[in-house]
Design a protein around this ligand. Structure first.
Ligand code: MV4
Length: 450
C-alpha cells in the first residue's frame, strides 16, 4: 500500500533529509518535537507537527507512547525513525507494527538479532561472511577465554554482546592481562547494558573501518551500494567519511558485495542496512551490522546517484526494487565532513546562538543541515549541526572541492569543528588516503601540542 503520511521520529538534519524525500514523493509529513525544538527547522518544514514532551530525549524523542499517540492523532500511516533515538529499538518497531503502522526499517526480529553482536556474528558466520577469528558465541567461563585466546593468539579483545560503539571492550596483550580484561568487560557490560555476556576476538592493531551499504525489498531482491571508509574517527565518533574507500577497487567491491547480498537474501532481510568490517592486510572481517539509515549515507548517494531515503520509503510500501546489481554504477568519489558544535581542540560541547550562517555551494557540493542564522543549538542532543558533502570525478577533485567549500563555510557565534576539518584536508597522509582507525587520535593530539 502506498504511503500517504509519514511521521518522522527525529530532529535536526536527518528529520529534514527524510521530509525532503517524502515531499518529492507526494507523501505528507508529521514532525515531532520537544519544547526546546518548537521553532526548529524540521518543525517549520513539516506539514504538521506535534509536541511530544520536555527537552530531555528520554521524555520526548525516546518517548514511545508519545510518538505513537502523535501518529494516531495525525493519521500517519508510517514512522521513519532516522538514526539514533529509537531507530534500532526492536520493541519500538514491534509497537509501531502492533498499531497497524508501517515501520520504515527492518523487521523487529532482524533489529533484535543485529543488536546482539554474538547473534549477528553467528548469523554471518553461518552465511559464509568472513569474521575476525575468535570465540564461537558467548564465553561461558574464564577458562574458555584463556583457551580461545591461546588459539587465536594475543593481543585479543573481550567485547560485550550488547555492546557496539566501543563500550564494554577491553584489550589483553598477553595472558597476564586476560583476567582483568575479562572481569572489567563483564562489569562494564553489566552496568551499561544490564547484560554481562561477552565474546572474544583477535585484536587487529591497525585496521580500517569499511562498511557496506545494502538495501532489500520485500520480494527477495537485495542490492549493495558499495562501501564507505569511516576510519577517521575519534573516541568512536566519526568525523569524516568517504565513498569509496581509498584502498579498494571495483573488483574488491564486487567480491564483498556479492558475498554480503547473498547472505542477506538468505536471511530475508528488508529495507536499508550497513555491515561493518575491519580491513587489514587486504582482508575483510565482519564485526557488526547496523539496521538503520546512517549519518554518512549521503556519500553513498553521491557516488551511486540514488536517494536512499526514497528507496527506503518505496520498499517499506511494498514496492519491488525494480533494478538489479548491474544497474548500480559508481561514479567518482564523495567525502563528508561532520561539523559539530564542539571546540575543535578539546571537543567540549559548544551549544548556543549561531550568528552568521553561510553554507557553501557550487557543483558537487551538498550541505545537509537544519541550521539558520540566529538558531540556538540546544545542549540536550547530539552536537552534529551540518554535514558538508562533496563529490568529484576523482578523489583528488573531491578533496580540492572540499578544501574550497570548507573555506567558504561560515558558522559564527559558537565553536565548531570546521577548523579541524580545514587542517585534515591539508594533511599529506590524508591526501594520500594513508590512514587507519588510529590516525585521527594522533592528528588531534599533535594539534593539542601533544
Ligand atoms: C575491533 C578492533 C580491533 N580488533 N575488533 C570499536 C567499536 C566497535 N564497533 C568495534 N571496535 C573495534 N573492534 C577487533 N577484533 C578495533 C575496534 C576499534 C574501532 C573500530 C572501528 C572504528 C574505530 C575504532 C576505534 C577503536 C577501536
Amino acid at each position: 500500500m502506498p504511503l500517504r503520511k509519514v511521521l518522522i521520529a527525529n530532529r535536526g538534519e536527518i528529520a529534514l533529509r527524510i521530509h525532503r524525500a517524502c515531499q518529492e514523493m507526494g507523501i505528507a509529513t508529521v514532525a515531532v518535537h520537544s519544547t526546546v525544538d518548537a521553532t526548529a527547522m524540521h518543525v517549520r518544514l513539516a506539514d504538521e507537527s506535534v509536541c511530544i514532551g520536555p527537552p530531555p530525549a528520554r521524555d520526548s524523542y525516546l518517548n514511545m507512547a508519545a510518538i505513537l499517540s502523535a501518529a494516531a492523532i495525525t493519521g500517519a500511516d508510517a514512522i521513519h525513525p532516522g538514526y539514533g533515538f529509537l531507530s534500532e529499538n526492536a520493541d519500538f518497531a514491534e509497537m509501531v507494527e502492533a498499531h497497524q503502522l508501517t515501520f520504515i526499517g527492518p523487521t523487529p526480529g532482524h533489529i533484535r538479532m543485529m543488536g546482539d553482536k554474538i547473534a549477528a556474528k553467528d548469523a554471518m558466520r553461518r552465511l559464509g561472511v568472513p569474521l575476525v577469528p575468535g570465540s564461537l558465541g558467548a564465553l561461558a567461563t574464564f577458562e574458555e577465554a584463556r583457551i580461545v585466546a591461546q588459539e587465536v593468539m594475543y593481543p585479543v579483545l573481550i567485547k560485550a554482546a550488547a555492546g557496539g560503539g566501543g563500550r564494554g571492550m577491553k584489550v589483553a596483550r598477553a595472558e597476564s592481562e586476560l583476567e582483568d580484561a575479562w572481569r572489567l568487560a563483564r562489569a562494564e557490560a553489566k552496568a551499561a547494558f544490564g547484560n554481562d555476556e561477552v565474546y572474544l576476538e583477535k585484536y587487529l592493531d591497525r585496521p580500517r573501518h569499511i562498511e557496506l551499504q545494502v538495501l532489500a525489498d520485500t520480494h527477495g531482491n537485495v542490492v549493495h551500494f558499495g562501501e564507505r571508509d569511516c576510519s577517521l574517527q575519534r573516541r568512536h565518533q566519526k568525523l569524516l567519511e568517504e565513498a569509496g574507500s581509498p584502498v579498494l577497487g571495483q573488483a574488491d567491491r564486487d567480491a564483498l558485495g556479492a558475498q554480503v547480498t547473498r547472505a542477506l537474501r538468505e536471511l530475508g532481510y528488508r529495507n536499508a542496512g550497513t555491515l561493518e568490517f575491519l580491513w587489514q592486510d587486504g582482508q575483510f572481517a565482519f564485526i557488526e551490522m547496523n539496521t538503520r539509515l546512517q549519518v554518512e549515507h549521503p556519500v553513498t548517494e553521491m557516488v551511486c546517484g540514488i536517494d536512499l531515503v526514497k528507496e527506503q520509503l518505496r520498499v517499506a510500501a511494498g514496492e519491488p526494487l525494480g533494478y538489479d546489481q548491474s544497474d548500480v554504477r559508481f561514479h567518482g568519489h564523495a567525502i563528508e565532513c561532520r561539523i559539530t558544535a564542539e571546540d575543535p581542540q578539546s571537543f567540549a560541547p559548544s551549544p548556543g546562538r549561531v550568528g552568521t550562517y553561510h553554507a557553501p555551494g557550487g557543483l558537487g557540493v551538498r550541505v545537509d543541515s537544519a541550521l539558520y542564522s540566529g538558531y540556538v543549538v540546544p545542549p540536550h542532543y547530539d552536537s552534529l549541526i551540518a554535514k558538508l558533502v562533496v563529490h568529484g570525478g576523482t578523489r583528488a577533485e573531491a578533496i580540492a572541492r572540499l578544501r574550497r567549500s570548507l573555506a567558504e563555510m561560515v558558522v559564527d557565534g559558537i565553536a565548531t569543528t570546521l577548523p579541524l576539518h580545514r587542517a585534515i584536508v591539508e594533511d599529506a597522509e590524508f591526501q594520500a588516503g594513508d590512514y587507519t582507525i588510529h590516525w585521527l587520535e594522533r592528528f588531534v593530539a599533535g594539534r593539542q601540542g601533544g
